[in-house]
Design a protein around this ligand. Structure first.
Ligand SMILES: [Zn+2]
Length: 261
């Protein structure tokens, strides 16, 4: 049960590992998240063309229970930690992050952003723009098509992975651009500014997080959506960079593509 006068720490964008398999036990990931986020912390575990949330929920470890009929929010009582299901979807226009969609549901990749947004809304998902000015970004299309912005519940204004930059190869200052975009174009709307780690290894889980103000005693898709929508400042957020592990992540992706991992 959440004490509604409190703030809670939420790192809503994590993959835990680069490949779609877990190299550690359930409790290892949970212990790290819990030690950094504290009681009632929320960690988003995001599928990427896989079912890692579903698989994770079945690994051996602490007792856990789904607290909503959609089975998109897993609660670990011993650690007072919530794990929220997410899906990161590659669209024709860049990546989209959708949280709290039902267990085993799938939004198809490869569609135009507008169609993917409709699909996310039909699934009652919480819609986030991930790293909007890093690689695979949707920031540019949002600039060109501002009417799409109203679909969103939140914008990542800090993503630890997006801190990596390299002249001519990777975007520069992408987190700064995301925050500026939020301040200039979005701040007056009912859309939140969030900070995430985008972890691809256990060590990076919750190195960045957002401080959310509690909306109700019980976490649900709607209370989480409202907490995100109400977050109009980055005060109290932890915003850490992970340039080295970002580089490692990109290298691992290449190795997987080349079949040597
Ligand atoms: Zn991601």
């Amino acid at each position: 049960m959440i004490n509604s006068s409190n703030s809670i720490k939420a790192d809503l964008h994590n993959h835990f590992e680069t490949p779609s398999r877990f190299n550690h036990e359930f409790n290892h990931y949970i212990n790290i998240a819990s030690s950094r986020l504290g009681p009632n912390g929320i960690v988003g575990l995001v599928n990427f063309e896989d079912n890692r949330f579903e698989e994770f929920s079945q690994l051996k470890g602490y007792e856990r229970e789904f607290i909503n009929p959609e089975k998109s929010i897993l609660y670990i009582p011993e650690k007072r930690l919530y794990v929220v299901r997410g899906q990161e979807i590659p669209t024709k226009d860049g990546h989209l992050l959708v949280l709290a969609t039902p267990f085993n549901s799938k939004i198809y990749s490869g569609m135009f952003l507008e169609n993917t947004l409709s699909s996310a809304r039909e699934n009652h998902g919480i819609i986030i723009a991930p790293h909007p000015f890093f690689i695979s970004n949707i920031g540019n299309i949002l600039r060109k098509t501002p009417e799409l912005i109203e679909y969103f519940d939140g914008i990542e204004t800090h993503n630890s992975k997006a801190a990596l930059s390299f002249p001519f190869l990777l975007p520069i200052n992408s987190n700064r651009k995301a925050l500026d975009f939020y301040i200039m174009n979005i701040k007056g709307m009912d859309i939140g500014a969030i900070s995430v780690s985008d972890s691809h290894s256990p060590e990076e889980i919750a190195i960045s997080y957002s401080l959310l103000k509690c909306e109700s005693a019980q976490l649900s898709t709607n209370s989480l959506r409202q907490m995100i929508r109400n977050k109009h400042t980055i005060n109290g957020d932890k915003r850490t960079n992970s340039r080295l592990s970002s580089l490692k992540h990109i290298t691992t992706l290449f190795e997987i593509k080349l079949g040597i991992r």
